[in-house]
Design a protein around this ligand. Structure first.
Ligand code: NAP
Ligand code: MG
Length: 499
């Protein structure tokens, strides 16, 4: 979908869409056992798109049983990796054929610009599935260096039934980061999408089935966190839960595991990424432009958003000026308009939460230099201006808590040492960025910053080949890269006596 397309043509495509809105269990669509549904609302205009099955414990249980049966009889778990690869490649092909439909669904459901869902989200989903498909028959096991009297094989085996509980900011992509490595290694899955954004996952599961994924291997139970999500977390026959979402809910999954069957838990939780711009940055304009995109991309609803702009005091005014210049050019508006660069906040609750943080920032003494208000309310949708705070101290609420909206906090520092101290002064550790021309300073900072990713002279770089995940309360376990497969496999030692 190119920017040359008109909003009218995108809207007419959107009108022709059919919504899959049920649970997908054992290869078939089904209503929730209770018969209950919930409103699937579009944040673009606040209107209901469709009614989605409100899955609960009984549905999760049916899905887990189907997943377990598939795992036990080996229809997927014991299929030769090369054959799993073929099915997953076919699935990626179908996702590609339906890319426009999936991008529209994503945008309607959660409010991100159609340009982003069609050029970033859905292509990344397809690439992820394809990459893990290709990896399926290229990863070898190991033989330990034991000596002549034994052969000790270190074998990776699929865990079994994996629950995936995912958020709404990149709905299908966050699921794909778990589906790719978990399915490639032979597991069965039950996915619980966020209540705000279930549509693409349900459709993608149907396409997987069409691609030849055996029944029961991939199940989707839409519904609420406290019901369906909790049921998955507490289920005695789920071997692992892979979670992306808030730290608060991440901690609940640890508790659920401890109170049930000690299932493996991996957590990708929030962040409060410091984007550190030193006065000797190679190109201050480029750094400031990246800082603006680093917070305003996806309406700021990004776990690694560069929400704390740490700037060396002598260049602060210059950098903030440039960030605001870029922010002023951003087109905020109807996500279905191909020219839109910032869309709607996912729902009214999230919008109110973000506006609450903006108020709190002012109350604690920071200054709003740009934005700060709800806009386009006549549309019925949930839009907030790109917002830039100056004069922020790192102990203020807006510098400590994850806002998950288009709100930048500017904090100054005197030297590199202070920058790193402030950068690390957070409960989170998902990512950090440093802009400097000094190679020693860059390396020292990269070592000293406690974060899963450190970007030097860039922001939010990476691809499927590099691990992504957090230190500290940003969670543990990594998505992407071959390392992600470790989360979905057990390591078995087979010792063969030769003496
Ligand atoms: P959230 O409230 O934690 O929800 C995430 C998922 O957990 C949703 O599917 C949600 O279901 C479910 N859930 C909620 N309460 C639950 C409970 N009591 N028991 C079991 N499951 C429950 O997070 P969100 O608001 O959707 O997403 C934003 C958060 O995700 C941010 O904190 C962000 O930083 C984080 N995130 C992290 C990464 C990363 O890779 N580190 C990536 C993206 C987002 P319902 O929505 O249906 O209630
Ligand atoms: Mg929605």
């Amino acid at each position: 979908m190119s920017a040359a397309l008109s909003i009218e043509s995108v809207k007419s495509q959107a009108q022709g869409l059919a919504y899959r809105n049920q649970c997908f269990i054992d290869g078939r669509f089904a209503n929730a056992a209770s018969g209950k549904t919930f409103d699937c609302v579009s944040p673009i205009d606040g209107k209901v798109l469709t009614q989605v099955a409100a899955g609960d414990r009984e549905d999760v249980d049916r899905a887990v049983k189907a997943a377990r049966a598939a795992f036990e009889d080996g229809r997927w778990s014991r299929l030769a990796p090369a054959r799993r690869k073929k099915v997953m490649l076919r699935w990626a092909g179908l996702l590609e054929q339906h890319a426009t439909e999936l991008a529209l669904l994503e945008t309607l459901d959660m409010g991100k610009p159609i340009g982003d869902s069609s050029r970033i989200d859905i292509p990344a989903v397809i690439n992820c599935i394809r990459w893990y498909a290709e990896a399926a028959d290229k990863v070898y096991d190991e033989i330990a260096p034991t000596g002549d009297d034994a052969v000790a094989m270190l074998v990776r085996e699929p865990l079994g039934v994996i629950g995936a509980v995912v958020p709404w900011n990149f709905p299908l992509l966050m699921a794909a980061w778990k589906l790719g490595p978990a399915l490639a290694t032979g597991n069965s899955m039950v996915v619980k999408p966020a209540e705000q954004s279930p549509l693409t996952m349900i459709r993608a599961a149907e396409l997987a089935s069409e691609a030849g994924l055996p029944d029961g291997v991939l199940n989707v139970v839409p519904g609420f966190g406290e019901t369906a999500g909790q049921a998955l977390g507490r289920h005695m026959d789920v071997d692992a839960v892979a979670f992306t979402g808030s730290g608060e809910v991440g901690k609940l999954f640890l508790k659920y595991a401890g109170e049930s069957n000690m299932k493996r838990v991996s957590l990708e939780c929030g962040g409060k990424t410091p984007n550190i711009i030193m006065a000797d940055a190679p190109d201050l304009d480029a750094a400031a432009t990246a800082a603006a995109w680093g917070i305003f991309f996806n309406q700021g609803e990004v776990c690694n958003a560069g929400s704390r702009l740490l700037v060396e005091d002598k260049i602060k005014d210059q950098v903030v000026e440039k960030v605001m210049q870029v922010a002023k050019t951003l087109r905020v508006g109807d996500p279905l308009d191909p020219a839109t660069q910032m869309g709607a906040m996912v729902d009214s609750t999230q919008m109110e939460r973000v506006l609450g943080y903006i108020e709190k920032g002012q109350a604690e003494g920071a200054e709003v230099k740009l934005g700060g208000k709800r806009i386009l309310s006549d549309s019925g949708g949930y839009y907030i201006e790109p917002t830039v705070f100056d004069g922020v101290k790192n102990d203020m609420t807006i510098a400590q808590e994850e806002i998950f909206g288009p709100v930048l906090s500017t904090i100054t520092f005197g030297d590199a040492e202070e920058a790193i101290k402030i950068g690390n002064d957070t409960i989170y550790g998902l990512a950090a960025a440093v802009w400097t021309s000094d190679i020693k300073k860059a390396h020292r900072a990269a070592k000293a910053l406690r974060a899963g990713s450190v970007w030097i002279n860039c922001f939010d770089a990476g691809d499927i080949t590099t691990p992504f995940g957090g230190f500290k309360q940003s969670g543990f376990g990594r998505d992407k890269s071959l390392h992600a497969m470790e989360k979905y496999t057990e390591l078995k030692t087979v010792w063969i006596d030769l003496s």
